[in-house]
Design a protein. Structure first.
Length: 208
C-alpha cells in the first residue's frame, strides 16, 4: 500500500449548478463550483485545473462568459448566468465521479466519516503548494494512491461514495488539514510511518 487504496467507477446523474445553487461567487468552495468550472471549460472559457474553489481564475472565466452572452459582467454566477450556462453546456460531473471513485477504492470499508476524510485529503492537496492544483491531477499523480495503480479505481462507486465526495467538496474536513493517510496495519513505507499522526479514523492514520 502506498498512501491509501483507490478505486471506483460510476454512472449516476449529476445535477447542474442551478439545481442547488442560486449564486456562486469568489471565495465559495462547493460541488456546484466544480460543475460550473467543468461547464466553462467545455465552452472554452476556463483552462485551469478543476478545484471546486471559486477563485480569481473562475471569476474571470465567468466574467468572460457573461460578456459574450450580453449579461452583466460582474464575475458572479447568479441565476441568470447559471441558467444561460446550463442551456449552453451540460454538467457531466466527471471530476466528481473521479473523486467518488477514489473514495470508494480507498475507503469503501470505512465509516462515512472515514470516506469523507479521504476526499478531504484530496482537496487539501489541491490547495497545497506541494501537490498539483487540480482534483484530477492529485488523484492520478504517480505513486500516490494504490487503487489507481492496481486497478481498483475502475470499480463502481456507491451512492455513499458520491455523498462523501460532495461533503468533501463542500468543505467538510474531518482530518483538520491532513495531506496523507495510511493503514498502519498493512503499510510498509517507513516514510509514511514517520509522519506525525493528526488523528485516526477507522483503519487510517491521517498525517501532514
Amino acid at each position: 500500500m502506498l498512501l491509501g487504496t483507490c478505486a471506483m467507477a460510476v454512472g449516476l446523474t449529476v445535477a447542474a449548478p442551478s439545481a442547488g445553487a442560486q449564486k456562486l461567487e469568489q471565495g465559495v468552495r462547493s460541488e456546484h463550483v466544480l460543475q460550473l468550472q467543468e461547464q466553462l471549460s467545455d465552452l472554452g472559457y476556463f483552462d485551469a485545473g478543476m478545484t471546486g474553489y471559486y477563485g480569481s481564475i473562475t471569476k474571470s472565466a465567468v466574467r468572460e462568459f457573461q460578456q459574450a452572452q450580453g449579461l452583466s459582467a460582474d464575475g458572479v454566477a447568479g441565476p441568470a448566468t447559471l441558467n444561460r450556462l446550463n442551456k449552453k453546456a451540460k454538467a457531466e460531473g466527471e471530476t466528481l465521479r473521479q473523486l467518488a471513485k477514489l473514495i470508494h477504492g480507498e475507503a469503501r470499508g470505512e465509516s462515512f466519516e472515514g470516506q469523507v476524510a479521504v476526499g478531504a485529503v484530496v482537496l487539501n492537496r489541491v490547495h497545497s503548494d506541494a501537490f498539483p492544483s487540480s482534483i484530477s491531477k492529485v488523484i492520478f499523480q504517480k505513486g500516490q494512491f494504490t487503487a489507481v495503480d492496481d486497478g481498483q479505481f475502475n470499480t463502481k462507486p456507491t451512492a455513499t461514495s458520491y455523498k462523501a465526495a460532495r461533503k468533501a467538496l463542500n468543505g467538510v474536513d474531518p482530518t483538520n488539514g491532513a495531506l496523507y493517510y495510511y493503514n498502519p496495519k498493512i503499510a510498509t513505507s517507513l516514510w509514511s510511518k514517520s509522519r506525525p499522526t493528526l488523528l485516526t479514523i477507522g483503519q487510517h492514520d491521517f498525517t501532514r
